[in-house]
Design a protein around this ligand. Structure first.
Ligand SMILES: [Zn+2]
Length: 113
């Protein structure tokens, strides 16, 4: 069984102008792409986020009643430390937008709350 994932969903959001996400782990995409190093090279994998945006991606082929498969989307929390990812994303966002006073103001408010 082939599982189709709509990659466009991520791309279109990525190109839009800076919006402060509710979730710094997946930036409201619901999915997190991470790289995993194996002896054959570095591969990109996906995991679903632990925030509400990630709920639609809680796919587990092993729990499907019909068309059982070994394929599933793991939770990012099982793979990496979500707090570290959030910190990295926040730092990158800050670097990208620090010249934008409006965004910085909203960001400070969000972090203070
Ligand atoms: Zn998230």
């Amino acid at each position: 069984m082939t599982v189709m994932i709509d990659v466009e969903v991520w791309g279109s959001k990525e190109n839009s102008k800076a919006i402060i996400p509710n979730c710094w782990i997946c930036k409201d995409n619901g999915l997190v792409i991470y790289k995993k190093k194996t002896k054959d090279g570095i591969y990109e994998h996906i995991a679903h986020c632990t925030c509400p945006a990630g709920i639609p991606y809680h796919y587990d082929g092993r729990e499907c009643k019909t068309n059982k498969s070994e394929y599933y989307i793991p939770s990012i929390a099982d793979i990496a430390d979500p707090a570290m990812i959030a910190k990295d994303n926040l730092a990158a966002f800050y670097k990208q937008n620090k010249g934008n006073d409006d965004i910085m103001k909203i960001l400070q408010q969000q972090l203070a709350s």
